[in-house]
Design a protein around this ligand. Structure first.
Ligand SMILES: NC(=O)c1ccc[n+]([C@@H]2O[C@H](COP(=O)([O-])OP(=O)(O)OC[C@H]3O[C@@H](n4cnc5c(N)ncnc54)[C@H](OP(=O)(O)O)[C@@H]3O)[C@@H](O)[C@H]2O)c1
Length: 413
């Protein structure tokens, strides 16, 4: 079979992993005759060119997406503003595209998918969600005869690493973040991870694959992990829970409820066992009930392995002289829940003087537990409250002299 030429956009952590896996020349891949012929980087220097002597390096990614000899463009450079036009150009030039870029695909996935269909090429992006875990292929292929009711995941390794350090090693949030940065699990500017944006991007992509819906970032009830304290973990543990950074998309009465927040997970639940930087996705469905996949959500070879799986899918279609199937063909009208529809029992944390105890109790309403108090903060597990009701409780508590509503963490059930 004639050689299939790959143009890499980016030769960093993931790009290097792709090169290394292809260099290992596994028999299944060898049969596809894949070859990285060109790669774009920001900086060119002799040592780098020597390392990749068999790949023509350039600082001009636009030249790769327009190169008539390139069959598949693999985008592993990141960024949105400058990268989106490159992917548009690649598809318009009739190239198949593989990407690991969740930021870009969460926003432009539907538009790029339409463009890929119009140009009869494939657009695959398994590596964009939970690195090594083949969740998108699984959702698109293995649930054809099923109805998914919920997808819940630990999809941000940085947040999971930080919370695990806080629980297991008793570190403060700041110390755990510093440790994550030193080990390369958190970026110098960790905002995307710790405030939940990265998990939101992945949840938007998961929603398309699980439900065929295309919600927006603003449809997600998002809460970061920055204000969690040892007191939250202690209260959760006393009640039989651990706090995990969850991204959840669930169908409730025909509406999609989307949440990214730290949540209370029963200590015995499989998601509670996913620790440090690991990721997991739990799928609930009518036929199969619960299935959970877990593993590394990032890293050079784990993430590149998912890129290679996409290469295998696309190259197999090229070999068979057919158009690759759409990555997902599920489409449904997007109906998202509002604040009144998002209901959960919640662990409410309130800073209050003893004199305000009765007033705070009245503001919160019915609860499952008596207040647990730690360092002047009172924790109570409420009965089911909608997001709108939480806002109401918050306003009432903050109106009480000396009391401050800190947060309300949903209970995952
Ligand atoms: N790292 C992971 O574990 C992981 C996991 C899942 C998904 N992803 C996604 O994969 C993508 C790549 O991540 P990464 O960690 O591999 O990034 P990275 O290590 O920073 O590598 C980025 C590469 O792209 C090149 N590059 C960036 N902008 C460029 C431009 N304008 N023109 C030419 N080359 C450019 C860089 O060149 P220089 O080397 O010269 O700077 C570098 O080689 C991102 O979208 C990320 O979100 C990463």
């Amino acid at each position: 079979m004639s050689q299939i030429n790959i143009g890499l956009l980016g030769l960093g952590t993931v790009g290097n992993g792709v090169v290394n896996i292809l260099r290992a020349n596994r028999p299944q891949l060898a049969a596809l005759n894949l070859k990285i012929t060109r790669a774009a980087v920001r900086n060119l220097y002799p040592k780098r060119e020597a390392l990749y002597a068999d790949i023509a390096l350039t600082t001009d990614p636009a030249s790769i997406v327009a190169d008539p000899d390139i069959d598949i463009v693999v985008e592993v450079m990141g960024g949105v503003k400058d990268t989106y036009p490159l992917l548009v150009a690649a598809l318009k030039h009739g190239k198949h595209v593989i990407s690991a870029n969740k930021d870009l695909l969460s926003e432009y996935g539907p538009a790029l998918t339409d463009l890929a269909r119009a140009n009869h090429v494939g657009l695959y992006y398994e590596a964009a969600v939970t690195g090594a875990i083949p969740i998108l292929h699984t959702l698109s292929q293995s649930y054809a005869g099923d109805t998914i009711t919920r997808v819940a995941g630990i999809v941000n390794g940085t947040s999971n690493y930080i919370l695990t350090q806080m629980v297991r090693e008793g570190r403060t949030y700041e110390a755990a973040l510093k440790s994550a940065q030193e080990l390369g699990f958190a970026e110098a500017n960790p905002k995307n991870d710790i405030e939940g944006f990265d998990a939101c991007y992945k949840l938007l992509i998961l929603s398309r694959f699980a439900f065929g819906m295309t919600p927006k970032l603003t449809d997600i009830d998002r809460q970061g992990i920055t204000d969690l304290t040892a007191g939250d973990f202690k209260a959760a543990r006393t009640l039989g829970y651990v706090i995990k950074p969850l991204a959840v998309a669930a169908m409730q009465e025909g509406k999609l409820v989307l949440t990214v927040s730290p949540q209370l997970v029963a200590s015995s639940h499989p998601l509670a066992s996913i620790i440090y930087e690991n990721n997991a996705v739990l799928v609930d469905s009518l036929n199969t009930k619960e299935i959970m996949m877990s593993g590394p959500g990032a890293g050079s070879l784990p993430t590149a392995n998912s890129v290679i799986a996409d290469l295998n899918t696309i190259a197999s279609a090229i070999r068979d002289n057919r158009e690759p199937a759409p990555f997902t063909s599920l489409r449904a009208e997007t109906v998202v829940a509002n604040g009144n529809d998002r209901r959960a029992a919640r662990l409410v944390a309130v800073r209050r003087p003893e004199s305000a105890a009765d007033a705070v109790r009245t503001a919160i309403g019915t609860t499952y537990t008596k207040p647990l108090t730690e360092n002047g903060v009172s924790y109570v597990l409420t009965k089911t409250l909608s997001c709108d009701q939480v806002e109401d409780v918050k306003a009432k508590i903050n109106a009480i002299d000396g009391a401050e509503f800190l947060h309300a963490l949903p209970v995952f059930e």
